[in-house]
Write a protein that binds this ligand. Structure first.
Ligand SMILES: [Zn+2]
Length: 286
């Protein structure tokens, strides 16, 4: 799509680097839609659909990150088998890292240590003391537990609501009959300007039909500098220029607000050849 002759230039948005990293550790869009962990919730697939669960059991350390052990993950997925499989898969793909949580005997700092940094001893990151780990460094239970850390790029992607375009792409992907191609978010900039015209969250080809769209974690299409109508009009105008067949507006909220629904209707009512799809939490998580 970057090759199209156009009065606009197209480049990856800031999110793209994250998404490329994310893809490199996961191998594709589908896996992260299978299970994704965000700061206060986890998204799991139990074979029947996606579920969002809040209030995770966890260990929080001073770095404000959560570290989960086997029992914590099992409380979410409710199965020894699924927990084992999830951990194996995530460690293999570099989504989880395995380590220990030890408390320093010198400065009392409790921290997670990757197993790549631990042998018969560990070194406190705060005071630098190298020490042999004994029961007093972890206390409970009798042997040290594995704790799993989420990959940093996956964490940042989820913290910045990157799961919304991911869920949207997943929904479109499973809806396609024959083929599905996608690329990460794009920044569209007029060639005569340095100011971005639009950041397109969704850009894919479903069964040979080009689709673009917006994905948000709130219920309004209004942006920092644009009203809901201005946002939708930009998508409509871009769709007309690019020959887009479908425009999707997805939110992880239960519904778009009234202003956004009105904006979608007004912007596209005279362009019935462009299919408009509105996705909300009920369809994204099903
Ligand atoms: Zn220390």
């Amino acid at each position: 799509m970057d090759q199209l002759e156009s009065p606009h230039s197209v480049c990856p948005s800031n999110e793209t680097v994250r998404i490329k990293q994310r893809r490199s550790v996961t191998g594709g869009v589908n896996l992260l839609c299978t299970v994704a962990i965000v700061p206060d919730r986890i998204l799991v697939s139990d074979g029947f659909g996606l579920r969002l669960i809040y209030g995770l059991p966890q260990v929080y350390l001073k770095d404000k990150r959560r570290y989960m052990d086997f029992a914590s993950i099992k409380k979410i997925v409710q199965s020894d088998d699924l927990t084992r499989n999830l951990i194996d898969e995530f460690v293999e793909k570099g989504i989880f890292y395995r380590g220990y949580i030890f408390q320093c005997q010198n400065c009392s700092d409790a921290a997670w240590h990757s197993i790549s940094e631990v042998d018969q001893t560990f070194t406190c990151r705060r005071c630098g003391l190298n020490q042999q780990y004994k029961n007093r460094h972890w206390r409970i239970p009798n042997e040290p537990l594995w704790f799993y850390k989420l990959d940093e790029m996956v964490y940042l992607m989820l913290e910045n609501n990157g799961h919304v375009p991911l869920l949207t792409l997943n929904k479109l992907s499973v809806s396609s009959q024959e083929s599905f191609l996608f690329r990460p978010e794009l920044r569209i900039t007029p060639k005569s300007s340095e100011e971005a015209y639009l950041e397109v969250d969704i850009c894919c080809i479903m069964d040979g039909r080009l689709c673009i769209g917006e994905a948000k974690s709130n219920n309004s299409l209004a942006g920092k500098d644009l009203t809901a109508l201005q946002t939708v009009e930009r998508y409509r105008d871009l769709a007309l220029r690019m020959g887009v067949s479908m425009v999707v507006f997805s939110t992880t909220e239960n519904a778009w607000n009234q202003a956004s629904r009105d904006a979608i209707r007004m912007a596209f009512e005279n362009h019935p050849h462009i299919k408009v799809m509105k996705l909300t939490s009920s369809s994204l998580y099903s």
